[in-house]
Design a protein around this ligand. Structure first.
Ligand SMILES: Nc1ncnc2c1ncn2[C@@H]1O[C@H](COP(=O)(O)OP(=O)(O)OP(=O)(O)O)[C@@H](O)[C@H]1O
Ligand SMILES: [Mg+2]
Length: 597
């Protein structure tokens, strides 16, 4: 199930990747905005790095002058040592803070852009990616990516500088010995390259596995009642555990790859150290080489101090790879989610004339079309009921109006203007919609009614009154300020429908689209909903997918659909008399049966 819904991620490890530098460059707009903060971070890092060789450098005068010749003033020792560590501490603090600034500023901007993309993206995005995969990208991956990448880059600078400073000092002390140390460099770089490539592949696979895991959780939260009713717990646990084990295996493989780095670099260091020791001892035995105990200790200390930055540099591939992979997921979302296309036409209030010209919709190339060559016009103020068996294409027909769907061929027009030429905001402001499944936000009742606008309390109250919901709202402890909870779970089915009607009333759009719920309500609730609907329909062009006879009978015209075609249309009484498709549906009792009495 999850396979079908998540976006395919290309097979990992072998896909050609542009160079690291090029990939980092793509992140520049987010993480390179505050150049001064970067400079501060790098400057502080540089200071911290430069203090590193000062530590071994202190040993030399200490050993050669302090102990051997006794010429070092005692007061100078605490002064230099405390001063040195004070400077180091300050530099580390500033670097850390600047680092956090860069990370969090960049992350905030990237997140905000991603979310802006999400709310404006073409609707096909939501068919390709699951909710959990999208929230993973926007919330989790961006955070992991930004913090790992930025701290790795600063680490790279710090350790790079430290390394350079130490190497410079070593060269100055004894350049021949230093060159010996370098003989291990090619081996080191080869190890790093191989292991980091493997890590990249594993990271991509783990992202996919994490998405799948989150998807199972998402489904089980949404369908928690069904899981219990059908005793599907064991089956769902099976799905979850299989994915959990896959993630565990991938994490262990990543650890093997990154943990192998440390012992391998240490072996390289040991090789270099033994070479240096041997050569230094040989050199010191030669007369007049100038090697003092102090300079030898300083050399060995500085050389051993190389290990820590080298080790970190070897490991830096891991967070850089992980961070880049994570942020690139964000960039891919940005790239793969084009905005909805739109035109320029806009108007305050349309007159509500609708027309479908030879419209076909085909979801799958090998399936029958959901709509086939539909011709239909609806005049301003008309109430049209769409009826037909399940799957006939009724919902598809109305989803075309707000452009939640685009026709495969043909044109839909509003006020004689083809929908693609309309500005989307203007087009959608002409439509109020009460759909088959009511979706509410976890916010106050008033905010749900005035969705998209700050609630005008009087208007909210009027709409709730007209929707026959006001008397219920008055019984709530905080009235219209009551929080509705997750998807308005605290309301009954009929109350939710009336809330959706209140929302449509508040919008006061010239065109009303109703996709009646198929689930039947009890008679009292049904009467309240029907009464609210009648008020809502007044003075608007109304298109209603009708499952209730009472609704159909109020319509000016009934359109009967079958398998994507309009098979019959006319006034309800006229169609009944004609004895065609409508009459057959009527006699079969297609609509909510208890309401036909
Ligand atoms: N996103 C989609 N992808 C593929 N096929 C789809 C999609 N949406 C709808 N269909 C198919 O298109 C056809 C028409 O569906 P539609 O939802 O318009 O039916 P309907 O008349 O509203 O039915 P109901 O009365 O049950 O709501 C159906 O055969 C359905 O399987
Ligand atoms: Mg439908």
């Amino acid at each position: 199930m999850s396979e079908a819904k998540t976006a395919p991620i290309p097979p990992t490890g072998i896909t050609p990747q542009p160079g690291i530098a090029q990939r980092l460059l793509r992140l520049k707009p987010y993480f390179w905005r505050q150049r001064s903060v970067w400079m501060l971070a790098i400057g502080a890092t540089l200071v911290a790095a430069l203090t590193e060789p000062l530590i071994p450098a202190l040993f030399q005068p200490l050993l050669d002058n302090g102990f051997a010749e006794n010429s070092l003033p005692l007061w100078s020792i605490p002064l230099v040592v405390i001063g040195l560590f004070g400077l180091r501490g300050l530099a580390h603090f500033v670097a850390q803070y600047a680092l956090a600034r860069v990370t969090n500023d960049g992350m905030e901007k990237l997140r905000s852009d991603l979310f802006a993309k999400l709310v404006r993206a073409d609707l096909s995005l939501f068919n390709r990616q699951s909710a959990s995969a999208l929230s993973n990208t926007v919330v989790y991956e961006v955070q992991i990516g930004a913090s790992q990448l930025v701290s790795a880059l600063i680490g790279l600078t710090r350790d790079g500088f430290t390394l350079l400073a130490l190497i410079g000092y070593l060269m100055w002390l004894n350049w021949q010995l230093t060159l010996v140390v370098f003989t291990v460099a090619p081996g080191l770089s080869w190890i790093m390259k191989v292991l980091s490539r493997r890590l990249y592949g594993l990271t991509k696979e783990s992202q996919k596995a994490t998405d799948d895991l989150a998807y199972v959780v998402e489904e089980n939260v949404l369908a928690h009642r069904m899981v219990r009713l059908h005793g599907a717990q064991a089956q769902q646990m099976g799905r979850f555990n299989a994915l959990g084990q896959r993630l565990r295996r991938l994490a262990l493989k990543s650890t093997v790859a990154s943990a192998a780095m440390t012992p391998l670099t240490q072996i390289m260091a040991a090789i270099a150290l033994s070479l240096v020791l041997v050569i230094a001892l040989v050199q010191s035995r030669e007369a007049g080489s100038g090697t003092t105990v102090g300079s030898f200790v300083a050399f060995i200390t500085a050389m051993l101090m190389l290990i820590a930055p080298i080790k970190r540099l070897a490991d830096v591939a891991n967070p850089i790879t992980r961070g880049l992979a994570a942020l690139e997921r964000g960039l891919a979302l940005m790239h793969d989610a084009p905005e909805e296309s739109q035109g320029q036409h806009q108007t305050q209030r349309s007159n509500g004339a609708l027309e479908w010209q030879n419209v076909s919709v085909q979801f799958n190339p090998d399936a029958a079309p959901a709509l086939a060559n539909i011709h239909l016009s609806v005049s301003p103020g008309e109430t049209v009921a769409l009826v037909g068996t399940s799957g006939a294409g009724k919902t598809t027909l109305i989803q075309l109006l707000p452009r939640f769907l685009n026709p495969t061929s043909g044109l839909v027009l509003l006020d004689g203007v083809p929908l693609p030429l309309w500005q989307l905001d203007s087009l959608r402001s002409q439509l109020a919609m009460v759909s088959q499944d009511v979706v509410m936000f976890n916010d106050s009742l008033a905010a749900n009614v005035s969705l998209g606008h700050t609630p005008d309390r009087d208007k909210v109250q009027q709409c709730l009154e007209a929707a026959n919901l006001w008397s219920h709202v008055q019984t709530l402890p905080q009235g219209m300020d009551t929080d509705l909870g997750h998807n308005a779970n605290q309301l009954s089915g009929g109350q939710r429908q009336r809330l959706a009607i209140a929302r449509a009333l508040y919008k006061d759009a010239p065109i009303l689209i109703l996709d009646e719920a198929t689930s039947a309500l009890d008679n009292e609730s049904e009467r309240l909903v029907q009464d609210a609907l009648q008020k809502l329909m007044q003075g608007r062009t109304t298109l209603i997918v009708a499952h209730r006879l009472s609704t159909i009978e109020h319509a000016d015209r009934v359109i009967v659909m079958e398998r994507g075609h309009i098979v019959e249309q006319g006034a309800p009484a006229e169609l009944l008399a004609r004895g065609g498709a409508y009459a057959r549906l009527h006699h079969r009792g297609e609509w909510a049966p208890e309401l036909q009495a």
